[in-house]
Design a binder for this molecule. Sequence first.
Ligand code: AG3
Length: 275
Amino acid sequence: MNLWFTEYQNQNLTIGCRISKTLHYEKTPFQEIMVVDTVQFGRMLLLDDVIQTTVADEFVYHEMITHVGLNTLPDPRRVLIIGGGDGGSVREVLKHRSVEKVTLVEIDRGVIEAAKKHLPEISCGLDDPRAEVIIDDGIKHVKEHKNTYDMIIVDSTDPVGPAEGLFGAGFYRDVYDALTETGLFVAQTESPFFNRDLISRIIGDVRSIFPMARLFLANVPTYPGGLWTFTMGTKRYDPMEVDPGGIPVMDTRYYSPEIHRTSFVLPPFVKELVK
Ligand code: AG3
């Protein structure tokens, strides 16, 4: 079938995927949700025509947004995920035995329902007894919780529309207050090729609020440019000081003790952004 989905990554660049089936379309008060089956990457979740995740490459993003931070902390018990309604981050957080409760705060119930129906291998953790799902605005939730979470994961869409506020200094300040004394947060922070001003601004903001800011990288083939950044703000523990020998053996396909270490090795064009 010659049916194609095109994401306009910016005005001058697209990624196109051949579609074999449209599984879901819905317009919610927040966005348009689609799940399509693609020939190259399998089932794919789209929000407002932006690729969020695919069954073929989701492991890279979901393992990296969770395990790097969780393995930096000695005993993470309470974890908050903002966004991430597909459930991939929840599934990964649940691999940590120390975690007693993972709270997902997603603004759009439709995302959770579409993922449960069409992306069961990603959403499977959402029904776990240790998982709590709250439909609410993450910005509000963080404001209303102080000294509560050991780790906060900002698993958001691009900084346009509903997610815009999740990239601002005011939000990072509230995240700081919602974290326990030794807590840390990790956010997905877009492409080091195409979002350079955004990334330097975020690093600056996080540095002005947290004692330490760290940037790390992973390769997600369906995101613009492939190479993707994650930003961590941490109150006490430095992810670069973690002893790789002390990282537990985990069931992962991208993350490993070596990757934990090397994901902080930045090529000069990325290092420039954190200077
Ligand atoms: N969050 C989306 C990251 C941004 C992708 N951007 C893009 N394709 N233009 C992923 C959510 C997965 N839980």
